[in-house]
Structures are given as C-alpha cells and as structure tokens.
Design a protein around this ligand. Structure first.
Ligand code: GDD
Ligand code: MG
Length: 346
C-alpha cells in the first residue's frame, strides 16, 4: 500500500504563519507537522509516500528530504498550478500503486491505520473515508452513513437551509483509502475537487463507498490558528498518545525561573532569571529575558522576548522581537520577524 499526502494548499487560514513556512511543515511541538503523518503511516507499515505539492514545494522538500531519516521513502510531485484535491490525486496517479491511502496534509491524528485498512478490505470498498464527530459541521464535509457503514450523503461545507436541515455531526476526516476505480472518475489534466465533485460522483455511480468512524482516535485539522494552538494544548495535556515528543533539548536556564512540568523548551534557548513559562511550547534558540511571562502560547525559533514582556494564549512566529514590557494578549498571531516596540500592547 502506498500513500499520497495532499499538501499543495496555500494555508491561507493559517496566515501570517504560512507566509514563509508552508502549512505542511509548520512546527508542531517543535517538529515539522508532516512528521506526525509520516509516523502514523510508518506505524502501519506504509513507507512509500508521495507528497503532492504546489505552494513553496522547495521548502518542504528541503526540510523532509528523501525520508530516509524518518524511515520512509518520500517522493515529490509538484503541480504546475493547483489542481484541486481530486486533480492532484489524478496528477500523481502514475507514481501510485493500486490501493492508495490519501491524507489531507493538515490533519493531526493518531489513528491506527491498520484498522481502517482492514475495514476497507472487509467491505470491499472502492473508497473508504474516515469520519469523525465534530461540534460545528459547517467547516467540513458532512457525511451520513447507514447502519452498514455505507456513505449515503456527502455535502461539503453546507450553508444556510441545507446546513440547518442536517441532523448529523459526522464529517470527513480527510483520510481516505481509494481503489484505482476512483481514478477512472477523474479526467486528466483538469482541476477537480474530491469534496465538491468526485465524492458526489461516487455516490451517483453507486460504487461501494464506506465511512469508517474514528471517534476513538485524536483528530484535529491544524489549518487555523485556533486549531493549531489547540493541537499544542492537547499535546501538552497528554491527550494525544502515540508520538514521542522531543523533551531532551539542551538549553540554558536560570535557577530563578519557573517552568511548569508540561511546557516544552527547544534546543539552545536562553531563559533568564524571573521568567515564568506555563503550558507553552518554546522553539529552538529562543531568548527569554528577565521576568517575562509566557502562558498557553507557542513561540517559534529564534524569537527574542525582552524583559517583563507578557505573552498570553498567542502564537509568535520565527525571529520576532518582543520589546520590554510589551503585552501580547489572547488570540494574537504574530508573523515571522514581527517587531513590537517596548510597552506595545496587541
Ligand atoms: N496538491 C494539492 N493541490 N493539494 C491541495 C490542493 C491542490 O490544489 N488544494 C488543497 N490541497 C490540500 C491542502 O494542502 C490540504 O492539506 C488538503 O488538501 C485539504 O485542503 P484544505 O484547504 O485544508 O481543506 P479544508 O480543511 O477546508 O476541508 C477539507 O478537510 C476537512 C477536514 O479537515 C475537506 O476535505 C473537508 O471535506 C474535510 O472535512
Ligand atoms: Mg484543512
């Protein structure tokens, strides 16, 4: 079995974080995001992985290389222009084996793929979609399933009356197993959306189309700042099992500073006296000057936080400079290289 990761979107909802860092490799607990998907695939014995790219492909390839460092084989396919999720699958078809596991490139999950694969085989499905319950279905592809697991409805991001008439809370988790029969539904060299075109067509053609409920596993789309921060908080709260987090970094820390047990500090940080860090992830090479406070936040590499600054429930990009006594309040998202002058409040 081979895998295809759809990682060609622009990551607009995660701006400004994705201006210089494409979404598939934004750091999540100080690791490029796609490594979590690679871990899940490798655990199920899936080591041939194609990355379907279109936005900033060189940066992604530079960070992940040929995959040997992570125990997998990575291949890259770059579309000349974005072809949509279904079009990207068709575009990659020649390098894919028969049955393909497809991942949206922004899904953080610890799903046991072997169960999903077994389910797909037992049902002799042409396509199996993992489905997950959520509170707000409007941002997702809504899926209805009958008693045998057959998908009977697929509606991408329903709005208005259509949304209010739906008494369903299960949505498309962005993890699929597809047989080559699905490729036959997609024309070559055109843009096609799985969600708006291909999935409804599978239903129209009455192919065996199944939904696998993954409600017992962790699932989060990290494609918005709120969800990205939530994923970090869930990691720190121990809600996401199955991954080894990097907790052995070497950094320089003053004795008179307070770092709670759950926070994770990156390699080569400097933490000065009186600093307080609570429930946060600090990237490598970050400098936290005296008495600054970082709570419930994520700070990317090489940022400098000056004396007595306070950062709360925020995401601070790479190489920022936060001035003395500045206050970064809840929900702020600062892009790379942001400079806040002393005493600024955002
Ligand atoms: N190669 C390639 N080419 N990849 C693409 C393209 C493209 O043209 N367009 C989008 N992608 C990739 C994105 O990089 C992302 O990893 C994935 O496809 C899904 O795109 P998003 O833009 O993140 O979609 P979404 O979050 O609004 O909705 C999708 O995910 C939901 C689950 O999080 C849909 O699949 C929904 O049905 C689903 O519920
Ligand atoms: Mg998404």
């Amino acid at each position: 079995m081979q895998a295809l990761i759809l990682a060609g979107g622009k990551g607009t909802r995660l701006r400004p974080l994705t201006v210089y860092t494409p979404k598939p490799v934004v750091p999540v607990v100080n690791r490029p995001f796609l490594l979590y998907q690679i871990d899940v695939l490798r655990s199920a014995g899936v080591t041939d992985i194609t990355l379907s790219l279109s936005y900033q492909p060189d940066k992604i390839e530079h960070i992940l290389g040929n995959g040997s460092e992570f125990g997998v084989n990575l291949r890259y396919i770059t579309e000349p222009s974005p072809m949509g999720t279904g079009g990207a699958y068709k575009f990659a078809a020649e390098s894919l084996g028969d049955t393909t596991i497809v991942f949206n490139g922004d899904i953080l999950t610890n799903l046991d793929l072997t169960s999903l694969i077994e389910f797909h085989r037992a049902k002799q499905a042409a396509a199996t979609l993992a489905v997950v319950p959520v509170e707000d279905i409007s941002r997702y592809g809504v899926i209805d399933i009958d008693g045998e697991g057959r998908i009977t409805k697929f509606i991408e991001k329903p709005q208005g009356d259509e949304l209010s008439s739906l008494a369903i809370n299960t949505v498309n988790a962005g993890i699929y197993i597809l047989e080559p029969a699905i490729l036959d539904l997609i024309p070559t060299a055109v843009s096609r959306s799985f969600e708006y075109e291909v999935f409804p067509e599978i239903l129209e053609n009455d192919l065996p189309f199944f939904g696998y409920n993954m409600s017992g596993s962790y699932w989060q789309d990290i494609g918005t700042p709120e969800n990205y921060l939530k994923a970090h908080q869930d990691f720190l709260a121990g809600k996401i099992s199955g991954f080894d987090l990097e907790k052995t970094a070497v950094y320089d820390v003053a004795t008179r500073s307070e770092i709670d047990k759950v926070s994770i500090i990156g390699e080569g940080c400097s933490i000065k006296p009186g600093v307080r860090i609570k429930n946060s992830v600090i990237g490598p090479g970050v400098y936290l000057d005296e008495r600054c406070v970082v709570e419930d936040s994520v700070i990317w590499a090489h940022t400098r936080v000056s004396t007595a600054a306070h950062i709360r429930s925020s995401i601070v990009g790479r190489s920022c400079h936060i001035g003395r006594n500045a206050v970064v309040s809840e929900g702020s998202v600062l892009g790379d290289k942001t400079t806040l002058t002393d005493y600024t409040r955002v």
